[in-house]
Unconditional design. Structure first.
Length: 372
């Protein structure tokens, strides 16, 4: 038992907050250090798969989740021109192998859900980790404001450009996949023909548009992927250009054109990932979430993998005889699985118009793997 451990988490994204919630549940002491002065205000629509919602249910957040999120009845696949090609009902996700719902919600809403599980004083805003030094019995953290703190364990949940990862392992090469992505949200009333109870995917030869209901169906969150004009660029979302989006989908179905016409606050970015890492940590330091396994968006698994990481990390820290052992056990369990998700998502980057089968990731139950 490694109780009374003080765990420092760098980064209060969904990964860092999930880790903190899981650690608190195991009775561990946690401090989350976030570089930004406030938590992210982000209205991106998130698809939360059953392997993620199952964890939230076990944390006693199922009722709140279902009050906030939409449970789409189906995924509907259409040709770029609008004709229906295939329909995958999602109702069965609530039962049988999945035993948990498929949900769509706004990023902000998931933040609020996780924050409800965390005493506020555990989160220290405006504290950018600038370095760390490990000793035999702990980790000394240094911050950009000149301050410092000590902890028994450091978890780098500091995102795709992780400082913790760069100090541990170096900076992996970014791999671009020749696509540009756009995301945004709009009022569902602006696309009156679009059903509000399902996710709709329009597939063109090399592009796709996905519209998902959020906010009780009052809004549509969309993500569009088109061939990129360049193979470099940032992953940080940039302000999108409505005219470029509209031009990319000019000849498409009327509902797609209505989405591009009504979309406000569009963001665009150039998705990239890294080759899967060979290791995530050493000594009393490890990685979690996008810092450990940045992935392309084609499997809708980024957040669910964060939640699984969080459960595994907290379990091992609470049960292993020593922190170093706990972290290596956590990494040994998680790295092969997240590698598979990363590579699966990457395989889809070359076939943006294909529909991936992600069932194997959605049925994965982290608790079963911890018990086994
Ligand atoms: C447009 C878009 C749509 C997506 N849609 C989906 C989806 O539908 N379903 C899904 O599952 N996933 C989706 N994802 C992926 C998902 O959002 C990410 O996988 C997930 O949010 C990663 O969380 P994270 O906490 O690991 O990283 P981040 O969200 O990047 O959080 C890292 C945090 O660390 C902080 N930080 C960085 N450096 C430091 C430092 N030195 N000191 C202190 N703090 C630091 C940052 O400020 C940030 O708050 C999407 C991503 C994008 C961009």
């Amino acid at each position: 038992m490694t109780r009374n451990l003080r765990v420092a988490v760098a980064g209060a994204g969904l990964g860092g907050l999930a880790a903190a919630a899981a650690l608190v549940r195991q009775g561990l002491e946690v401090a989350v250090y976030e570089q930004r002065p406030r938590l992210v205000e982000d209205e991106t629509a998130l698809h939360l798969a059953p392997n993620g919602t199952r964890i939230l249910q076990r944390w006693g957040l199922g009722t709140q989740l279902l009050a906030l999120a939409v449970q789409p009845v189906a995924w509907e696949f259409r040709e770029w021109s609008g004709s229906l090609t295939w329909r995958q009902p999602l109702g069965r996700m609530g039962r049988g192998a999945f035993a948990a719902p498929y949900c769509t919600l706004l990023t902000d809403e998931l933040y609020d859900l996780l924050l409800a599980r965390l005493p506020q004083e555990r989160i220290r805003l405006g504290r950018r980790l600038s370095g760390f030094e490990e000793s035999a019995d702990g980790v000394e953290l240094e911050f950009a404001d000149g301050g410092s703190a000590t902890a028994d364990v450091l978890v780098g949940a500091d995102g795709v450009r992780s400082l913790v990862r760069s100090r541990l392992i170096g900076t992996p090469r970014r791999v671009y996949h020749g696509t540009t992505a756009y995301s945004g949200a709009l009022q569902a009333d602006d696309v009156p023909g679009l059903a509000r109870d399902r996710v709709t995917v329009w597939l063109g030869p090399d592009s796709r548009m996905v519209g998902a209901p959020v906010s009780e169906g009052e809004q549509i969150g969309f993500v569009a992927v088109v061939p990129s004009r360049s193979r470099t660029g940032g992953r940080r979302p940039l302000r999108g250009q409505p005219a470029a989006l509209a031009a990319d989908f000019g000849g498409w179905a009327a509902d797609v054109k209505a989405i591009t016409a009504a979309a406000g606050g569009i963001r665009s970015w150039t998705p990239y990932d890294h080759a899967p890492l060979k290791r995530w940590g050493s000594g009393r330091v490890t990685l979690l979430g996008d810092a450990a396994h940045p992935m392309l968006p084609y499997h809708g698994q980024g957040v669910s993998q964060c939640l699984e990481d969080a459960v595994a990390l907290a379990h091992h820290l609470a049960t292993a005889p020593a922190p170093e052992q706990a972290l290596r056990r956590y990494e040994a369990l998680r790295l092969p699985h997240t590698t598979r998700v990363q590579l699966g998502s990457r395989a889809n980057a070359f076939r943006p118009a294909a529909v991936p089968d992600v069932t194997w990731a959605q049925v994965y139950d982290i608790e079963e793997h911890l018990a086994g």
